[in-house]
Design a protein around this ligand. Structure first.
Ligand code: 5GP
Length: 190
């Protein structure tokens, strides 16, 4: 998606440890007009599939998924929660996720009533690095007996193993921009 690449080049910042900061338009401050274009692009990429629900992970996935849902007939958005809350029913699916940015492992949960057997689930997330977050979400989908129909990623870091891991699990991965490498602080796209 050319406009996304332009925005990454103009507004993104490369940080130590192969981290790209795009918090001015994607995951802190959010450019809503632009995110509507992201929603349309995902719709185009996944136009051949029936989606019953979108699954994402808190926090940064939520806003993006909510906008994307509007281009999939307003299907419900379910987000995996990172905190164990008293409000959350005891009946949950739970999976472990290793965080690339935070260098720790945490659990994610979804109430069993929100992902049902046989539902077609589209996973949406902001970044794909090692694939750990998506892997955790696939685990939740599998526990529920639902069907994973695709994984939509806004920015993929193609030099990390995420795609290989997810495709190895049989998933279809669509990324709107793939970064090949960071070279002397510059972003090189595939
Ligand atoms: P993975 O689980 O694929 O290793 O990493 C994906 C998750 O880590 C995303 O949900 C995202 O929040 C975070 N992440 C990974 N790499 C980056 C990055 O370069 N920049 C930002 N802002 N987040 C990242």
């Amino acid at each position: 998606m050319e406009k996304l690449k332009e925005k990454i080049l103009n507004e993104g910042k490369v940080r130590e440890g192969n981290i790209l900061k795009v918090d001015c338009f994607l995951n802190h401050q959010m450019d809503i007009k632009f995110l509507n274009e992201v929603g349309q692009e995902f719709r185009e990429r996944f136009k051949d599939i029936k989606v019953d629900k979108i699954l994402t992970i808190e926090a940064s996935g939520i806003g993006i998924a909510a906008i994307v849902s509007q281009y999939f007939d307003y299907v419900p958005v379910v987000f995996a929660k990172k905190t164990e809350s008293l409000n959350l029913d005891k009946e949950v699916y739970e999976a472990e996720v290793a965080s690339f940015t935070k260098k720790k492992t945490y659990k994610v949960r979804v109430g069993k009533q929100f992902i049902k057997e046989g539902e077609n689930i589209l996973i949406i997330d902001d970044f794909l690095a090692k694939g750990c977050a998506a892997k955790g979400m696939i685990d939740l989908v599998n526990q529920a007996g639902a069907n994973l129909v695709g994984i939509g990623i806004v920015i993929e870091k193609g030099f990390q193993e995420g795609r290989e891991v997810l495709e190895g699990m049989g998933a279809r991965v669509e990324s709107l921009a793939i970064i090949d490498k960071f070279e002397d602080g510059k972003i090189v796209f595939r």
